[in-house]
Design a protein. Structure first.
Ligand code: TRP
Ligand code: SF4
Length: 400
């Protein structure tokens, strides 16, 4: 798809670590060349769980944005912004809430999981229940086609698709739909109009899917019809009315799981993380002192990489040759753990060098970072305002 639009967001968590880099940011950096990318800080989503403690959100936001930029997200290619600065997200959230069955929200797996996990917080709130709906509004307000997410968020994109379908079903039929379709058909000329009618007949009366596909291709090849007319004619073909909000596709990020210093998933709250802008000395020390196979007590004891967190780093950072050297050397006690860690230390330091340097440039220019975001908010708003205008019209909220 040419110029397909990508949208993704992250809650403001402050400084990011290697887990975020390998799981999300590296992917964003690649996607920004291929798609029309919108990346944003989901500060309202942070409020759904931390409504009683919002004071740290702004600083966490700026720190995170610096990490995005440090990782190579390019404001010249992608639009970077903050959710709460584009109030159209909130209006769409409200309007979509009118047609969202509460049961759809109550049965979200993330709702129950998160509530159980964050038991120390009172999450019996309307805002928290609506978390996936707010996410849908984030996506649909830009008519995003593709949403890169981790496994845990796929259900939210699925929910968004169902909601878009429901919206289109309820509001997609314009009052003067038939009339506009007639006009659009007339504009095509007699011959083309006849073709289209035949395809429609074959599909609707005989269930001929092939005819539907041909008709789609035919409509997309027509140069002189407007985007709106094309959508109407597609709706006319399928009998579904006009699709106003497109259904987004999830894009599963398929990257290696980044282990933490203890072999568990890297996470700030587990205190096993390496932050992207940590000083090289700090990084080196953390890796040097990280846990190894606990059963390898003495240098002369053979070890087993399967029991060792260092091995998980080799899986992310080392080539086949080094990995074979580790496997053999560890099991035979030919190599020591310090020796074994060296290639990992080197690889992590090389990876972080560029990130740290770019990060420092931005740290030294906070005004620049703010301006990047202000410009991004403005650009995002422009798109969002266009879509909310269409939604208002579809929902008969037009008073002038
Ligand atoms: N819920 C997402 C997360 O926790 C963040 C998010 C909010 C998001 N809105 C989004 C992600 C829209 C993708 C699209 O990671
Ligand atoms: Fe772990 Fe390497 Fe030591 Fe084996 S040699 S225990 S893989 S650090």
């Amino acid at each position: 798809m040419q110029n397909a639009r990508i949208l993704s967001g992250m809650r403001p968590t402050g400084r990011l670590h290697l887990g975020h880099y390998h799981g999300v940011l590296k992917n964003w950096v690649e996607l920004q060349h291929q798609y029309d990318c919108f990346f944003f800080v989901a500060d309202w989503h942070a409020l759904t769980t931390h409504y009683d403690d919002p004071t740290k959100i702004p600083e966490a936001t700026w720190e995170m944005v610096v990490d995005w930029l440090a990782a190579g997200v390019n404001p010249g290619e992608a639009t970077l912004f903050i959710q709460s600065q584009v109030p159209e997200h909130a209006e769409l959230h409200l309007l979509l809430s009118m047609i969202t069955p509460t049961a759809w929200l109550e049965r979200m797996p993330t709702y129950k999981d998160q509530k159980a996990k964050l038991r120390e917080r009172d999450l019996d709130t309307y805002g928290f229940l609506g978390y996936p709906l707010l996410q849908s509004a984030d996506i649909l307000i830009y008519k995003a086609n593709v949403v890169p997410v981790g496994e845990d968020q796929v259900a939210h994109v699925e929910f968004t698709r169902e909601l878009a379908r429901r919206f289109n079903h309820i509001y997609g039929m314009e009052a003067d739909f038939e009339e506009k379709v007639d006009q659009a058909i007339k504009k095509m000329g007699k011959k083309n109009a006849k073709l289209l009618k035949n395809y429609r007949k074959a599909y609707r009366e005989q269930g001929d899917e092939e005819a539907l596909n041909t008709a789609h291709a035919f409509l997309h090849s027509q140069q002189n019809i407007t985007v709106n007319d094309r959508e109407r004619l597609l709706g006319y073909l399928e009998g579904s009315g006009r699709s106003i909000l497109p259904e987004p596709q999830p894009l599963l990020t398929k990257t290696a799981k980044m282990p933490g210093l203890d072999g568990e998933k890297m996470s700030k709250s587990y205190h096993n993380a390496i932050a992207l802008r940590d000083e090289p000395e700090t990084v080196e020390k953390a890796l040097r002192t990280m846990q190894t196979d606990t059963q390898r007590v003495r240098r002369t004891d053979p070890g087993d990489p399967a029991r060792c967190p260092v091995w998980k780093f080799h899986e992310v950072y080392s080539g086949e040759e080094v990995k074979a050297w580790v496997q053999a050397g560890c099991r035979s006690a030919d190599i020591g753990c310090i020796e074994c860690k060296q290639p990992v230390i080197d690889a992590v330091l090389v990876e972080l060098k560029e990130i740290r340097e770019r990060g420092r440039d931005y740290e030294e220019q906070p005004e620049l970072v703010r301006n990047i975001i202000y410009d991004g908010c403005e650009a995002a708003r422009e798109v969002a305002q266009g879509v909310i205008a269409e939604v208002r019209q579809a929902m008969s909220l037009r008073y002038r």
